[in-house]
Design a protein around this ligand. Structure first.
Ligand SMILES: [Zn+2]
Length: 314
């Protein structure tokens, strides 16, 4: 059972690219205003975000030689397996995005860091609401909730990473276990119990982001419910040392995993229609990212998947 669990965890763990020197090259995000025509029922993208200094800097990082993540493009199809599962079945209706602040022995959440995280969470929320409107989703409301679990310290396991700066499955499971333990100790209820409590108050989806007050070379990741059938609360893990622009993007990317979206940058076939999708462009900021058709379908904003160059399992 344990081996099976670990194997599944290895498959289901997503790692977004927060380690700047390891990002895939992004699609150009220019200041030029252009109307990008939607296709197959996708709304046209809103283009024309000014290209700020940070985006330009990120593009420089992303264009570095180490950024060629070609070997990571291995998935033959978009599985859609994560749709409709766990505590965050879709990004519809009344949604609680819960940030759980956790401390370690070496680092703690200062007021400055908390403020930066709150700003980033607001930007991430704004991105999701803006994109929902483009799809005509009018039933979505997102409440940002912060739970302070810093009273119980998290003891970090050995943070071994692979060639792509991803954690080993053992590290992932150890972190997950430790964060849930610390949260339960500090909050007096498990994350599963907290998710249930939100739902009894009328929330449709409850997604948790465990936030650490420092940056790591390793990438952030999300644990979907499909890998933990004995658990309900879906949790993403974010190492929040980055500036607010990249952090807002990271929060949006990891949260969308919990609502059913999968990575697009790992697909063997690239479809240009995904080029600015939040799940595709690990080096853009939230302001420059969109939710394209495949992701929109996965999180419940479309009834059917779009036409794409890669197969999408329904
Ligand atoms: Zn991801």
């Amino acid at each position: 059972m344990r081996l099976e669990w670990l194997a599944l965890a290895a498959v289901a763990v997503c790692a977004s690219c927060v380690s700047l020197d390891g990002c895939v090259a992004p699609a150009p995000v220019g200041g030029a205003v252009a109307e990008l025509r939607g296709r197959d029922g996708e709304p046209a993208e809103i283009v024309g975000e000014p290209e700020g200094e940070r985006v330009r800097a990120l593009r420089g990082y992303c264009a570095s030689p180490r950024s060629a993540r070609g070997a990571e493009r291995v998935a033959a199809s978009y599985s859609g397996a994560l749709r409709g599962q766990g505590s965050a079945p879709s990004l519809r209706g009344r949604v609680a995005l819960v940030t759980v602040l956790v401390d370690t022995q070496k680092r703690s959440w200062t007021r400055v860091r908390r403020a930066r995280l709150a700003t980033s969470a607001s930007q991430s929320r704004a991105l999701l609401l803006r994109e929902a409107r483009r799809y005509g989703v009018d039933d979505l409301s997102i409440d940002l909730v912060t739970l302070d679990a810093t009273r119980a310290e998290v003891t970090l396991p050995e943070l071994d990473t692979d060639a792509y700066d991803r954690f080993a499955p053992e590290t992932v499971s150890a972190l997950d276990r430790e964060v849930r333990r610390a949260a339960a100790e500090a909050l007096g209820a498990t994350l599963d119990e907290i998710a249930t409590s939100f739902r009894t108050q009328g929330y449709h989806s409850v997604a948790f982001v465990a936030a650490f007050p420092f940056e790591l070379r390793a990438r952030d990741f999300a644990m979907s419910e499909s890998s933990f059938w004995d658990r309900d609360a879906e949790v993403a893990f974010v190492f929040a040392g980055t500036a607010t622009g990249p952090l807002s993007y990271t929060l949006a990317h990891e949260s969308l995993h919990l609502f059913g979206a999968e990575d697009l940058y790992t697909l063997a076939t690239f479809d240009p229609a995904d080029r600015r999708d939040v799940m595709q462009v690990p080096c853009a900021t939230a302001g420059a990212s969109v939710v394209a058709g495949t992701t929109a379908w996965a999180i419940g904003w479309r009834d059917r998947p779009p036409a794409r160059a890669y197969p999408i399992a329904k």
